[in-house]
Design a protein around this ligand. Structure first.
Ligand code: ADP
Ligand code: MG
Length: 287
């Protein structure tokens, strides 16, 4: 993570502490986390922050008709442990309807298990920005492994300029987004992480309806919106949907914009994103 703050810089420690706490609480892999315990016992009492995240994850699951689904963990484990041949996905434990919340108690149905890898970084950035807002820092920019979120105007008077990674050369950018003020920019791409099975690469964004890595014309999706949690959930969900469904989804609402990089290297941007895109050629997706 990279965190930069202008103004009350003593807030830096609080923010990095918050992000570390969230990671330690929400990781499905850490044996000491809230989520690890729930996944083992299928039931447990969790912190207010964990309840908040689960509620948000459930909300975005329903909004995206299950393209985003935090009960993906059993499938992640199946893919991760396959050595020579791809697994036959077991869809039985998958479905956000398998999560129930009662006060601060979480219960999972049968073999279900939680993974907040698709929303956790965005949630951490969003909570950090909320903390910084309370303390009235002048401006801030956070970058959590590809998730960028800004707060306020850049103090030198210039615009924020954030690169979108080139899926075929991830250390370089294929486009730049320029804007003033607060915004979250979150990218999900098939180039970021993958499992190697029998010499083949299988990327890490899974379609909850099929159990297989989402395969369509997209190489990456970048979401631009005010809320970091939403940006992260939607980046994963729209990657699963593919270009056509994702464009329809965007037309059905008014709370985000998106930049799609296709496998052939072409770029498509929703009308709001098109106004901010620099250093590239692109096609505009109209309402
Ligand atoms: P990254 O974490 O690489 O920046 P994403 O935000 O797209 O990218 O999250 C991908 C991670 O989310 C996967 O590694 C996995 O843990 C989890 N995941 C995969 N598919 C889904 C899905 N359809 N819904 C929710 N989470 C998912
Ligand atoms: Mg995501």
């Amino acid at each position: 993570m990279t965190v930069r703050i202008w103004g009350e810089t003593e807030r830096l420690n609080e923010v990095t502490q918050l992000i570390r706490t969230l990671d330690a609480t929400l990781s499905a892999e850490l044996e000491t986390s809230d989520i690890y315990a729930i996944n083992q016992n299928k039931n447990g009492i969790v912190s207010d922050l964990t309840i908040e995240l689960i509620n948000k994850a459930l909300y975005y699951s329903a909004e995206t008709d299950g393209a985003f689904d935090p009960t993906i963990y059993p499938l992640v484990c199946q893919w991760r442990s396959a050595a020579d041949t791809p697994p036959t996905p077991n869809l039985e434990p998958i479905g956000y309807q398998n999560i129930s919340i009662s006060g601060d108690e979480i219960t999972l149905k049968s073999e279900s298990a939680l993974d907040f890898g698709g929303i956790g970084k965005g949630f951490a950035a969003q909570k950090s920005v909320e903390l910084l807002k309370e303390s009235e820092v002048e401006a801030a920019i956070l970058s959590l492994g590809g998730n960028v979120q800004t707060l306020g105007a850049k103090p030198d008077g210039s615009k924020w300029a954030i690169g979108i990674a080139d899926p075929s050369a991830p250390n370089e950018h294929i486009a730049v987004v320029e804007f003033e003020g607060s915004m979250a920019l979150v990218t999900s791409g098939s180039y970021q992480r993958y499992y190697e099975i029998g010499g083949e690469k299988y990327h890490h964004i899974l379609n909850p309806k099929t159990g297989y890595p989402a395969e369509n014309e997209l190489a990456s999706v970048t979401i631009l919106t005010q809320n970091g949690t939403m940006a992260d959930a939607f980046s994963t969900a729209l990657f699963v949907m593919g270009l056509e469904k994702a464009s329809e989804f965007w037309r059905s609402r008014n709370d985000f914009d998106a930049v799609f990089i296709l496998k052939d290297g072409s770029i498509m941007a929703t009308d709001g994103a098109a106004l901010l895109l620099k250093e590239c050629e692109f096609t505009v997706i109209e309402r």
